[in-house]
Write a protein that binds this ligand. Structure first.
Ligand code: KIV
Ligand code: ZN
Length: 531
């Protein structure tokens, strides 16, 4: 008998905490739709109290979804109330609250004497805060998850006490995070087994795990936990997340799937949607998937050496443990052309996971005709770029937009760029020379917007093969220690660069606006006791 493992996807919360990966509300809504289509069980849509944009994203996802939508909150009354408000219209809602349980975290975060004088007293305070938070969350929903932050480095005896208290207070899922990615698989598995033994009311809750990848062991640790009693696994698409990321959804799911012979567990994930989801997340976050990434990397199913190719031609099983089609990678690419018409375009977009509103369809069809005229053949990757631009447009329109760009360059002249940028209702024009056309254009933009930022990463690639391919620029800027990613596309790479630069500046602008409006900061932990 095979048992189900609940897939709790935290791409939109922990995944978005990847440096520079901030997603707009529009992008999050689109990704949530695709996650639901792929049949994840729970979507953690964000941390509602942390900013107005996070609140709005959770609210809009809650409004549209049929799966369980979770909102994260500290063990703070206000966080929980705000999360409950954001989740108000969800068909199925979950409040996810957490306290820190390791000595390192307790001493670091609760150093103030109001939490107790000694470690023993502070530990008692954490248990009380946990119970208060869970009980309060239960006044809004019957589905409450409690996480013991840094459980991986928490003494198992104390961890068992906290978990027992959380369940007694009403937690229906208890999550054991390896927050710092410190544990070894056998050690983490043993911790889950020990909790099953030591916590008398453990059968009243689902045991969940949430593993980080600092030592590259997040999927191995999640599997080991499942073997020892965990029945929910928290993961992200492409394994994105804080620092080295979280357990990768596609790796965990396919490990269970490919090795059914030894794992008596299954998930409900429609594995054929994995590739589309991976591309969508990569496109929207600007986090390129490394070519040798398991399951979804460009080389994951490529056979290069003659011996391998020969083996594959004789029998695919020689070097292939799963088929690319199993995860949605198809070799027979469907290519659209001008005569494919609107129906053809809608059908292909749908197959790629995008649902178009009538106005989006009008815009995209127009773009599609232009590309089809120029290139004759339009590939899936071109369509993904068009959709990315469409979603990005809604966001960029609120801040800075490129109106005009002119660049002069040659082997014996100083590169010069003139840009006109629309900021709200105003158009600003500026020119600059630079060390090449891209530098000149960036300097002109900075002049126009009276800003200066560090560009710490700049990548340009062609979206599909061929000389007429669309060029995509992904760059990362840093300002006051905070990173922002920007994306831009065009057949002209200077234009793509300027679009990417403006998009990164727009993310910075959104962040500044949020920071200004937000009431509490996410990681500046200052929990308040309810009692
Ligand atoms: O890594 C972690 O501990 C977390 C918790 C908030 C679940 O992300
Ligand atoms: Zn985490």
């Amino acid at each position: 008998m095979s048992e189900k493992i609940i897939i709790f996807d935290t791409t939109l919360r922990d995944g978005e905490q990847s440096p520079g990966a901030s997603l707009t509300v529009f992008e999050k809504v689109e990704i949530a739709r695709q996650l639901e289509r792929m049949k994840v069980d729970v979507i953690e849509a964000g941390f509602p109290v942390s900013s107005p944009a996070q609140f709005e994203a959770v609210q809009r996802i809650a409004d549209q979804s049929s799966v369980i939508i979770a909102g994260l909150c500290r063990a703070v009354e206000k966080d929980i109330k705000v999360a409950a408000d954001a989740l108000k219209n969800a068909r199925k809602k979950r409040i996810h609250t957490f306290t820190s349980t390791s000595d390192i975290h307790i001493l670091g975060k609760f150093g103030d004497s109001r939490y107790g004088e000694s470690l023993a007293e502070k530990r008692k305070t954490v248990i009380q805060m946990t119970m208060d938070a869970v009980k309060y969350a239960r006044t809004f929903t019957e589905d409450v998850e409690y996480s013991a932050e840094d459980a991986g480095r928490t003494d198992v005896g104390y961890l068992a006490e906290v978990i027992e208290a959380a369940i007694a207070a009403g937690a229906t899922t208890v999550n054991i995070p390896d927050t710092t990615g410190y544990c070894m698989p056998q050690e983490f598995g043993a911790k889950i087994a020990e909790l099953k033994k030591r916590v008398p009311n453990i059968h009243q809750a689902v045991i969940s795990v949430h593993c980080h990848n600092d030592l590259g062991l997040s999927v191995a640790n999640s599997l080991s936990a499942v073997l020892n009693g965990a029945r929910q696994v928290e993961c992200t698409v492409n394994g994105i997340g804080e620092r080295a990321g979280n357990a990768s959804m596609e790796e965990f799911v396919m490990a269970l799937n490919v090795r059914k012979d030894i794992w008596p567990f299954y998930t409900d994930i429609l594995t054929r949607e994995i590739y589309n989801t991976s591309r969508m997340v990569s496109g929207f976050t600007g986090m390129i998937v490394q070519p040798n990434k398991a399951i979804v990397g460009d080389n994951a199913f490529a056979h290069e050496s003659g011996i391998h190719q020969d083996g594959m031609l004789k029998n695919r099983d020689t070097y292939e443990i799963m088929k690319p089609e199993d995860v949605g990678i198809t070799h027979n690419r469907i290519v659209l052309g001008r005569h494919s018409g609107r129906h053809g375009l809608v059908a292909r977009m749908k197959a790629l996971g995008y649902e178009l509103s009538p106005s989006e369809l009008d815009d995209i069809y127009e773009k599609f005709l232009l590309v089809a005229d120029r290139k004759k053949e339009v590939y899936d990757e071109d369509l993904r770029v068009m959709m990315g631009e469409e979603v990005q447009k809604h966001f960029d329109e609120q801040y800075y937009q490129l109106e005009y760009l002119q660049v002069t360059l040659g082997t014996s002249i100083v590169p010069t760029a003139t840009v006109k940028v629309k900021a709200k209702e105003k158009s600003i024009q500026e020119s600059s020379v630079g060390d090449g056309p891209v530098d000149a254009a960036f300097k002109a933009v900075e002049r126009a917007l009276k800003t200066h930022v560090t560009i710490e990463n700049y990548q340009v690639r062609s979206v599909t093969g061929g000389r007429d391919a669309v060029g995509e620029v992904i760059l990362r800027i840093r300002d006051n220690g905070k990173a922002f990613t920007g994306k831009g596309n065009s057949t002209d790479i200077v234009e793509a660069s300027v679009r990417a630069f403006l998009n990164a500046l727009n993310h910075k602008k959104q962040y500044d606006k949020d920071r200004h409006e937000q009431t509490v900061s996410i990681w500046q932990d200052n929990p308040v006791r309810f009692v």
